[in-house]
Design a protein around this ligand. Structure first.
Ligand code: MLC
Ligand code: AMP
Length: 504
């Protein structure tokens, strides 16, 4: 009998009182207590009538119980779908319907607005709250702290992570036990994580970075995490002296550099700072080194593939590059049109293959076939090159995607909503430089002839439909969108025109 994620991440420390999570209120949760909680939740999920392979959608605030629930799903052979806590009922409805989730778990404060949506798609609703008062927690409290893990093969799906596409429809990327475990094993080894490490964890746990990179790595290494609800600068500065390592998106690092309170003294003892999910400016890398003496280790990954490349732990961490392909990962740079491998040094489409690469998109065989080649190479949508020394550089994106503070925003999703607004003939959504988020969203609207669109009403409509991080930070009106001779909107011209939107 085997359950790869349980066997490797939970079982080895299940009997130990070693600390796993350090919480802001000074409480510590041991490995044994965490493992016991995953058993209690696994019982509670089984009591709801859920069976192996069923999907459980989770939109709950970051807390030790939310993390335990995620691992309870793995233990019980269920597939978990972690969802951004900012998603609106309209967004959640899509994920629940598309995944066919049998259960939806959210905070009690959201239960009333979510219930009609999710129950309409046949999912049971249960609540989970940071203070322990949720219905699922009450059910779990009554159960024992042992639960026989449900048998799973390495190739069985453990998680769906939804990622949008250029058509604006989100796709459920199916990640198997093997995908997640193999990547965590590689990263522990590559980055030198051990049981002595204390990771400052300020990322959300509904994405690859905070969940699979940070948490799985620490579980495998047997280290502990300072588990913060979010990135709050003062708390991070307070807790940094107790940490050995931190993982963050570039915004974490620019925010730290923006405060004089972030000094060499505060960071000097640290073993490792890692950045990813969005490009880290070479300038940020250099400023960070000048301030702290540390060279941030930048790596590159994505939802469908986990981590693909990393700068070396021992060796030259080069600013503006994402390092070398990780052990076990094949990476090639191809002609985007023909798929032919290009000579070293030329810019093309990055493709990757390895045990880290997902199984496909849930119930979307044609989208899977379009991005995942029969020989196992995944077409990332990222444009880059591998230099003479083997370092990979990401130079752009072949996909219409904005990355803001590490969150992905797909322009098409916004454009479809904006085009439908009264008085709007058409729209284009772009990302332009933003001092805090890296890229900020600007919506450019073309009014219908003689119309003056009501921008407040449009903002109100977007607020109902979209999570706050996706909403445009600026809306601009323009007479006509620039188009090329084929009729395609030239977003590069718009990006140039609005380049200073947030920087001046
Ligand atoms: C918050 N807001 C954002 C935003 N985060 N807007 C754009 N982009 C973001 N990332 C909105 C808020 O809703 C709010 O809007 C306003 O901006 C101000 O919020 P804030 O208080 O300044 O934001 P904060 O809570 O501090 O969050 C910023 C952040 C957070 C950078 C700390 O976004 C974050 O933790 N990002 C990490 C994302 C992540 O984990 N990505 C990994 C993906 S995995 P309003 O309207 O309410 O005022 C992946 C694979 C890989 O990519 O390789 O790792
Ligand atoms: P996601 O689908 O949320 O996992 O986002 C993945 C995308 O983030 C990748 O396809 C890249 O475009 C981008 N990304 C991740 N890490 C880096 C990095 N270090 N540098 C540049 N882009 C990155």
């Amino acid at each position: 009998m085997a359950n790869p994620l349980y066997d490797r991440l939970i079982a080895p420390h299940a009997g130990t009182e070693t600390p796993f999570l350090h919480l802001p209120d000074s409480r510590t949760i041991s490995y044994a207590a965490f493992a016991g909680r995953t058993a209690q939740f696994a019982h509670a999920l089984a009591a709801m009538g859920l069976n192996a392979g069923d999907r459980v959608a989770i939109q709950a605030e970051k807390s030790p119980d939310t993390l335990a629930l995620i691992f309870a799903c793995a233990r019980a052979g269920l597939i978990f779908l972690p969802l951004n806590t900012g998603y609106t009922p309209a967004e959640i409805g899509y994920f629940v319907e598309n995944s066919g989730a049998a259960a939806f778990v959210c905070d009690a404060t959201r239960a009333d607005q979510m219930r009609p949506v999710v129950e309409g798609f046949g999912a049971q609703l249960a609540t989970l709250d940071p203070d322990g008062s949720g219905s699922l927690q009450a059910a779990a409290d009554g159960h024992g702290t042992d639960f026989p893990p449900v048998d799973r093969n390495p190739d069985d799906v453990a998680a769906f992570l939804y990622t949008s596409g250029t058509t604006g429809r989100s796709k459920g990327a199916m990640l198997t036990h093997e995908n997640l475990l193999s990547n965590a094993e590689t990263l522990v080894d590559h980055w030198g994580f051990t049981a002595d490490d204390v990771l400052l964890h300020a990322l959300p746990i509904f994405h690859t970075h905070g969940l699979f990179v940070a948490t799985n790595v620490m579980l495998l290494a047997g280290g502990s995490m300072i588990f913060l609800p979010k990135f709050d600068l003062d708390t991070v500065l307070r807790d940094l002296p107790k940490a050995t390592s931190m993982m963050g998106v570039p915004t974490f690092y620019t925010r730290l550099l923006d405060t004089p309170a972030f000094t060499k003294d505060l960071a000097g003892h640290m073993r490792l700072f890692i950045s990813g999910s969005a490009p880290l400016l070479a300038d940020t890398h250099r400023q960070f080194e000048a301030r702290t003496g540390h060279r941030i280790l930048e790596r590159y990954g994505m939802t469908e593939t986990n981590m693909n490349t990393s700068n070396p732990y021992d060796g030259d961490r080069r600013p503006g590059t994402v390092g070398f392909p990780l052990p076990g990962v094949d990476l090639k740079v191809c002609d985007p049109e023909t798929g032919e491998t290009l000579p070293r040094g030329e810019i093309g489409m990055i493709e990757v293959r390895g045990p880290n690469v997902f199984k496909g998109y849930w119930q979307m065989p044609e989208k899977t076939a379009a991005e995942l080649r029969a020989d196992g190479f995944f077409i990332t949508g990222d444009l880059g090159l591998q230099d003479a020394d083997g370092y990979v550089h990401i130079v752009g994106r072949g996909k219409d995607l904005i990355i803001s503070g590490g969150y992905n925003i797909y322009p098409k999703e916004l454009e479809l909503l904006l085009d439908d607004q009264p008085g709007v003939a058409e729209s284009a959504v772009i990302g332009v430089p933003h001092p805090d988020f890296g890229e900020g969203v600007v919506a450019v609207l073309v009014p219908e002839a003689g119309a003056s669109p009501d921008l407040d009403a449009i903002r109100a409509h977007l607020a109902e439909s979209l999570a706050a991080f996706k909403r445009p930070k600026r809306i601009e009106l323009i007479d006509a969108l620039p188009r090329n001779t084929m009729g395609k909107v030239q977003k590069n011209i718009l990006r140039d025109a609005y380049a200073d939107s947030f920087t001046k």
